[in-house]
Design a protein around this ligand. Structure first.
Ligand code: UDX
Length: 452
């Protein structure tokens, strides 16, 4: 089939390249000329495992093309997928202006019957409006319908999540639309759940928000575990054997970030309010998450009394490993608090430092300073305290001895529960994590910059 994809972010680019991989002829459209040139040269504008290899292979085989010329991409496409962003607005609702722009361009370009497929996450009912909008602006006498096909890929495993998806959701209002989407997805050999358009839109929010709720629930239980002397990791393990609960998304920590969970919880909450309904479960998930993000900062602040003049190692800046994305990352909330208190932050992240330095350039900042280093060892050298914000493999593999040997005071606050408490204890590290006991606990005590 001849397909076009609007937007080359995580959703659009991965969809376009995987469609090409499965035999379709795809044109990916983006407004950014530099980005298009970059993609033509085989470079991915996003950091995503396995994506560049697929981009190069399919570009060489002429199965995928990149362009800013939307007119020629859309005019004779069998289906056009929309994968542009729907950023959160200050009131929690989704900004649909990018979708509207693309919808208008589609209406003015298509010259044959065409199915428009919205992959972007949009509030329930939006696709009805998109269809009406396109029909209103249509220039040629052609059949056009809008279908919903929400995307469930996670960053860092986007290609795998698409090629080995657990299901595809298609939301259509006619057999014609349903059949086109079934034909497009047929080569993937993955179960297809076919529902109506509004239901498909809701499945996306309900799925993401359920996972956000699951994480916030575990964080809530973790905080309670600390108060009553239970261990959250063992609690999660015990729960995971119950197939109704499952073993995934039970990791307590410093909260969820990224481009989906924070935005989609706000959006569903907003949708509920708009319809006169109070979605108490999701509001609670949002509240717990907000508080959880600065949990370690508050714990450390209480323990140290002040960060002023202390060298603070920060390990991990991105919202999760396997991505350079900083959206809603806990580091973005904690680092400014540390800087305000006069800390000298030394940060390490294998891929996220460059993006982070755009927000916080190296040098003196607020009452402290920030420096970026290229190894865990450099960050730990002479540090008075260390925070772990992201569980990158090289951070997970850092030994307790290294913390003990390199830091001026071996005091670690781990937001991802990646180390064994017993091992840290034996090595002589004072180790704080989330929902677990503290090793080598020292009560409130001022740590001086010379470590005493
Ligand atoms: C998520 C969904 O997984 C995906 O299906 C959807 O399409 C987009 O949103 P993503 O945001 O890329 O994907 O990452 P994910 O791996 O789901 O993690 C989201 C956040 O939850 C991260 O900050 C992660 O650290 C946190 N998390 C995840 C936990 O705190 N505990 C867990 O057990 C799992």
């Amino acid at each position: 089939m001849k397909l076009a994809v609007a937007g080359t972010g995580y959703v659009g680019l991965v969809a376009g390249v995987t469609f090409a991989e499965k035999g379709h002829n795809v044109t990916c459209v983006d407004i950014d000329e530099d980005k298009v040139e970059l993609m033509r040269s085989g470079v991915s504008p996003i950091y995503e495992d396995g994506l560049e290899a697929l981009m190069r292979k399919n570009y060489k085989a002429k199965k995928v093309e990149y362009t800013t010329d939307y007119k020629s991409a859309y005019k004779d496409a069998d289906a056009i997928f929309i994968g542009v962003g729907t950023p959160e607005q200050p009131d929690g609702s989704a900004n649909l202006s990018y979708i509207a722009t693309v919808a208008r361009q589609i209406a003015e370009s298509i010259e044959k019957d065409c199915l428009v497929v919205v992959k972007s996450t949009v509030p329930v009912g939006t696709n009805d409006k998109v269809e009406q909008f396109i029909q209103d602006f249509l220039i040629n006498d052609v059949r056009v319908e809008v279908a919903s096909n929400p995307e469930f890929l996670a960053q860092g495993s986007a290609v795998h999540d698409t090629l080995q998806a657990e299901r595809f959701i298609i939301g259509t209002e006619s057999e014609w639309a349903e059949n086109i989407l079934k034909e497009i997805y047929e080569p993937f050999n993955i179960p297809i759940v076919s529902v109506n358009r509004r239901t498909a839109e809701m499945i996306k929010y309900a799925s993401n928000d359920f996972l956000a709720l699951k994480i916030s629930y575990m964080n809530d239980i973790a905080n309670l575990c600390e108060l009553v002397g239970a261990d959250i990791q063992d609690v999660a393990k015990g729960m995971s054997y119950d197939k109704r609960i499952g073993s995934k998304f039970l990791n307590a920590g410093i909260g969820y970030g990224g481009s989906c969970f924070p935005k989609d919880t706000q959006a569903l909450n907003h949708l509920a309010q708009h319809n006169g309904y109070e979605l108490k479960t999701i509001q609670s998930a949002i509240d717990v998450n907000e508080k959880q993000k600065t949990l370690l900062y508050r714990k450390a602040n209480d323990r140290l009394i002040t960060f002023n003049g202390l060298k603070v190692a920060v390990l991990g800046l991105t919202f999760k490993p396997g991505t350079d994305d900083l959206r809603e990352a806990p580091s973005l909330e904690n680092v400014p608090l540390l800087l305000d208190q006069g800390a000298d932050v030394v940060a390490y992240d294998p891929v996220g430092a460059e993006n982070f330095s755009k927000h916080y350039p190296e040098g003196k900042l607020s009452n402290g300073s920030i420096r970026y280093v290229s190894s865990v060892e450099e960050a730990l050298e002479d540090a008075n305290v260390c925070f772990v914000f992201t569980e990158w493999p090289e951070i997970k593999e850092t030994s307790a001895e290294l913390y003990k040997g390199l830091m001026r005071t071996p005091l670690v606050f781990d937001g991802r529960n990646i180390y064994s408490i017993d091992v840290m204890e034996t090595a002589g590290v004072e180790y704080h994590s989330v929902g677990r006991r503290i090793s080598n606990q020292v009560t409130k005590q001022k740590v001086m910059s010379n470590g005493l």
